[in-house]
Write a protein that binds this ligand. Structure first.
Ligand SMILES: Cc1ncc(C[n+]2csc(CCOP(=O)(O)OP(=O)(O)O)c2C)c(N)n1
Ligand SMILES: [Mg+2]
Length: 256
């Protein structure tokens, strides 16, 4: 774990769940490399622009920080140039679901063998709290002082509609579950999508909201969409987390 640290000063707000995502990821990499399932020199950790993107500064790995909204094509490019690399991306709900939504859709269809972890805090956090596509209707922030008029979309359902080969959701405050899901995503062959609920303690503090509602589904992911739908359904306002769907299909790289 220590070897994955850098000397960069952590500038996330004290108590920000991004730190828990960082710990979970360092643990996941430490376990996978010590089990010889992953080579440290083959990892490329990429990041978008936003609070989430700072994670690249705190990882002593090969890293690359992309442009806002353009993380996914950068990852695809790296993987296409050298398919031996394990390409992992940290994105934000603004980065992946607003400015970069077209790339997310097409990467899922393409099934490139890349892994995407979206720090979903339901706002543009670095720019101090504007709405994103996952902000709830009525949310009051910098760009919507009278309340957000738009309905949020569900990234998990979107990914299922595209037959994405690995679909999961986790909660940043649960380091152990996040680590396990990250490990499974990294070991998956194909496009792996993980939405990480990551409350922003400064501009939209949803910690209690999610703590009261989250529950974990059983570990066995569905391999057909109808059963996955049953797992994804919010039951009486409760929010399921876990690996919903995993299938094996040819990757973009293997078909070239
Ligand atoms: C092309 C471009 N558009 C807009 C911005 C301004 N910008 C920087 S960070 C950010 C918000 C990022 O939000 P999100 O991806 O959700 O990340 P978070 O800060 O919430 O982790 C925006 C809009 C930018 N840097 N580049
Ligand atoms: Mg965000």
């Amino acid at each position: 774990m220590q070897e994955l640290n850098t000397k960069a000063k952590i500038t996330w707000c004290a108590g920000c769940p991004n730190s828990q995502i960082l710990v979970a990821f360092r643990e996941a990499i430490t376990e996978l490399t010590s089990q010889d399932k992953l080579k440290i020199e083959n990892i490329v950790a990429t990041a978008g622009i936003g609070c989430h993107g700072k994670i690249a500064e705190y990882l002593n790995l090969n890293t690359y920080t992309s442009l806002h909204g353009r993380l996914i094509p950068t990852m695809t490019g790296i993987k296409t140039a050298n398919s031996n690399l394990t390409v992992i991306g940290f994105s934000g709900d603004g980065d992946a679901y607003a400015e970069g939504i077209e790339h997310l859709i097409h990467a899922a269809r393409r099934n490139s063998d890349i892994k995407l972890f979206v720090h979903d805090n339901q706002i543009f956090a670095l720019t101090t709290g504007q709405v994103t596509p996952t902000s709830p209707k009525g949310f009051k922030g910098k760009s919507t002082p009278f309340g957000n008029l738009d309905e949020p979309f569900d990234p998990i359902l979107l990914m299922l509609s595209l037959n994405t080969s690995f679909i999961a959701r986790t909660f940043a405050l649960d380091i152990s579950k996040t680590k396990e899901i990250m490990k499974r995503a990294i070991e998956h062959k194909g496009f792996a999508f993980v939405d990480i609920i990551q409350p922003c303690i400064t501009f939209f503090d949803t910690r209690e909201y999610f703590k009261e509602r989250i529950f974990w589904i059983d570990d066995q992911p569905a391999d057909n969409p109808e059963i996955a739908m049953q797992k994804i359904k919010n039951i009486k306002g409760k929010i399921p987390c876990g690996i919903f769907y995993e299938i094996s299909k040819p990757t973009f790289e293997a078909q070239q």
